[in-house]
Design a protein around this ligand. Structure first.
Ligand SMILES: Cc1cc2nc3c(=O)[nH]c(=O)nc-3n(C[C@H](O)[C@H](O)[C@H](O)COP(=O)(O)OP(=O)(O)OC[C@H]3O[C@@H](n4cnc5c(N)ncnc54)[C@H](O)[C@@H]3O)c2cc1C
Length: 413
């Protein structure tokens, strides 16, 4: 990687972080803190608030969710610009930002794409009759639609992954007057180990969720869904949890992406097509331990953001002559630990996984203990960023080796 061009402008490396969610906020505070003024860090985000995305289903059912100030969370070492990056020219180091102050250009030497993901538009006929819950705008649209349903109406959640399970349980618990249904192509709770599956199915049963596996939805129209089997089922409101995709910015900017629109990167989070671009969190597709990409999760978002910050810090130090003998940036070394999934307020399950995010046969933790762990996780998202801002470099993550000897503070998803 060649040195950034400092001749024509500032003597400090200018890093633009696009997106102030989990990965972007972590990258920004770590880089600003660790570089001690050697790097100018700017974050562009459409909202002045920090959105805790793992609570979008709470927003949808009307539970109070705090939205801390993003600029306060980022602190004075980071410049915050409220707006949306509408165009990116990596070769020229320019981004066009559209925000409340109008349209402006932000120049950069390096850009970190941390634009997250959204619920993919339902890939079925009649998708306009289907709601999402994958981002704040979708959750805000879903909320009044759900609130306006009258007693006895049917709500269908399509997709039985972790987000679908959390969403249907939350709806069933908060609106027991509705008929809640889960339709999914796979087995209900099929990702969990045997005990975990029993717990998930038992909990959905107690919440009176009609959970049907082995079912594909083919089309939606007002008041009903058409299944692949040819059957029609009533659905007054349908929520799609069938998959996530990255926003279009990198693809539209000519950056190499995968089929979900995520930036293809090397293991150091650097774009394979544009070396001045790094991509982290859900919008980055880095090679994971098993050969595929890391799962979209907090467990990848925070470490990938922190790792990108370390890669850029090393580059800035090297260019300043303070880090002679620099080798190529390290690959991210990350092992997964487990997934904590809530099923309403009173039930949760912590499923232990191997480092590649595959559920292991080790017993899942359920009940009160898991509910407490989930609460800590929900509260820990903004706390992880503010802790890193106050103590730059503190956040560590489990490596591919046994984790106990390798981490000091673990951020789990
Ligand atoms: C309901 C729900 C529950 C979940 N539960 C869990 C869980 O329990 N555990 C887990 O590990 N994961 C969970 N996830 C997934 C997890 O939330 C994501 O993997 C994580 O948020 C990814 O972080 P990120 O920083 O990549 O993206 P985000 O946190 O989504 O941040 C992306 C940011 O970029 C901004 N942005 C997008 N485009 C632009 C642009 N052009 N210009 C400027 N800004 C832009 C967005 O507005 C947003 O603020 C859940 C997701 C959902 C929807």
């Amino acid at each position: 990687m060649s040195a950034f061009n400092r001749a024509s402008h500032s003597t400090r490396m200018r890093v633009l972080v696009v997106g102030g969610g989990f990965a972007g906020a972590m990258a920004a505070v770590r880089l600003a803190g660790r570089s001690k003024g050697r790097v100018e860090v700017t974050v562009v985000n459409p909202r002045a608030a920090f959105v805790n995305r793992i609570r979008m289903h709470h927003v949808a059912v009307g539970r109070p969710v705090p939205f801390p100030s993003l600029s306060s969370l980022l602190g004075s070492g980071v410049t915050f610009v409220e707006g949306y990056v509408t165009a990116l020219e990596p070769e020229l180091g320019r981004a066009e930002v559209s925000g409340p102050a109008g349209i402006r250009t932000v120049s950069f030497d390096r850009v970190v794409l941390a634009t997250g993901s959204t619920t993919e538009r339902a890939p079925i006929a009649g998708h306009q009759h289907v709601y999402g819950v994958g981002d704040i705008d979708a959750a805000h649209r879903l909320r009044p639609a759900l609130a306006s349903l009258s007693e006895g109406s049917t709500v269908t959640v399509v997709g039985g992954g972790l987000t679908g399970l959390e969403t249907v349980a939350e709806i069933a618990e908060s609106r027991p007057d509705l008929d809640a249904r889960l339709l999914t192509a796979g087995e209900i709770g099929g990702w969990f180990d045997t005990r975990g599956q029993e717990y998930v199915r038992g909990t959905l049963g107690r919440l009176r969720v009609d959970a049907v596996g082995g079912t594909r939805v083919r089309a939606a129209e007002p008041g009903r869904l058409h299944l692949d089997s040819g059957i029609e089922v009533p659905s007054d409101l349908t929520v799609w949890c069938g998959g996530f995709a990255a926003p279009p910015l990198p693809r539209e900017s000519g950056i190499a992406v995968d089929e979900q629109g995520a930036v293809l990167t090397d293991a150091a989070m650097r774009s394979i097509s544009h070396p001045s671009v790094l991509a982290v969190g859900d919008s980055g597709h880095a090679p994971g331990p098993g050969g595929g990409r890391y799962s979209m999760s907090c467990q990848f978002a925070f470490p990938s953001g922190a790792h990108a910050a370390d890669v850029l810090l090393r580059e800035a130090l090297d260019d300043a002559g303070e880090n002679p003998g620099r080798e190529d940036a390290d690959a991210l070394d990350l092992g997964f630990l487990g997934r904590c999934v809530s099923l309403g307020r009173r039930a949760a399950i912590l499923q232990l996984t191997d480092k590649e995010d595959v559920a292991t046969g080790r017993s899942a933790v359920t009940g009160r203990t898991a509910v407490m762990i989930k609460r800590v996780q929900l509260a820990g998202m903004a706390a992880a960023v503010s802790t890193e801002r106050r103590l730059p470099g503190l956040v560590r993550w489990p490596k591919g080796e046994p984790v106990t000897a390798r981490h000091t503070q673990t951020v789990t998803g």
